[in-house]
Design a protein around this ligand. Structure first.
Ligand SMILES: [Zn+2]
Length: 185
């Protein structure tokens, strides 16, 4: 009886000993993979963008230090965005991401959508038509139609139907011209 128990114990030890060894190997492999992914150059898996509108033309440019006259509000202000018109009014997600926020009660900026992307990028679409094609929390693909440009922004009524596009990298507003090839640039 004792011998039998001892054998059983040895068997268990063998079984679990082998299992622990397998676990250690699996962990080592996982760590190696994680480490090599972390150390890949940023350009290796960099985010890519596509145009927010078909044949988008800049009607009001980005300016972080030059004041521009705002005809609708009758004052001078910087414009940390590009205002765009396209060959039609379709607006597309500029990259894969998640719809973080939709604000349909923003009279000043018009209907607004915020999409979060990889690599710390966030795109913000203002002056959209109220009838949107995606909802909050929805995963969107690069180039997916999300809504239509309109004149819903009181602040930019004078521009007529257009898209006001802002782009953020790690919480800081950046010039969209650095990432997009607009038609008139
Ligand atoms: Zn604007």
């Amino acid at each position: 009886m004792e011998i039998k128990n001892e054998n059983k114990f040895k068997g268990l030890f063998k079984k679990f000993g082998a299992l622990s060894l397998a676990c250690v190997f699996a962990l080592a492999i996982a760590l190696t993979i994680a480490f090599s992914i972390k150390n890949q150059p940023v350009s290796g898996n960099a985010i890519s963008f596509s145009s927010p509108m078909n044949n988008a033309v800049v009607v009001k440019d980005y300016s972080e230090d030059k004041l521009q006259h705002n005809e609708s509000m009758k004052f001078y202000a910087i414009h940390l965005a590009v205002d765009l018109v396209g060959e039609d009014d379709k607006v597309f997600a500029v990259s894969d991401g998640i719809v973080k926020e939709i604000d349909k009660d923003n009279d000043l900026e018009g209907t607004k959508m915020i999409i979060e992307h990889a690599d710390g990028f966030v795109s913000v679409y203002c002056s959209l038509d109220n009838n949107l094609l995606v909802s909050e929390g929805e995963q969107v693909k690069k180039g997916q139609e999300i809504g239509k440009a309109s004149d819903s922004s009181i602040m930019e009524k004078h521009s007529g139907g257009h898209l006001h596009l802002e782009l953020f990298k790690d919480g800081i507003e950046v010039d969209p011209n650095l990432y997009f090839d607009f038609q008139n640039k």
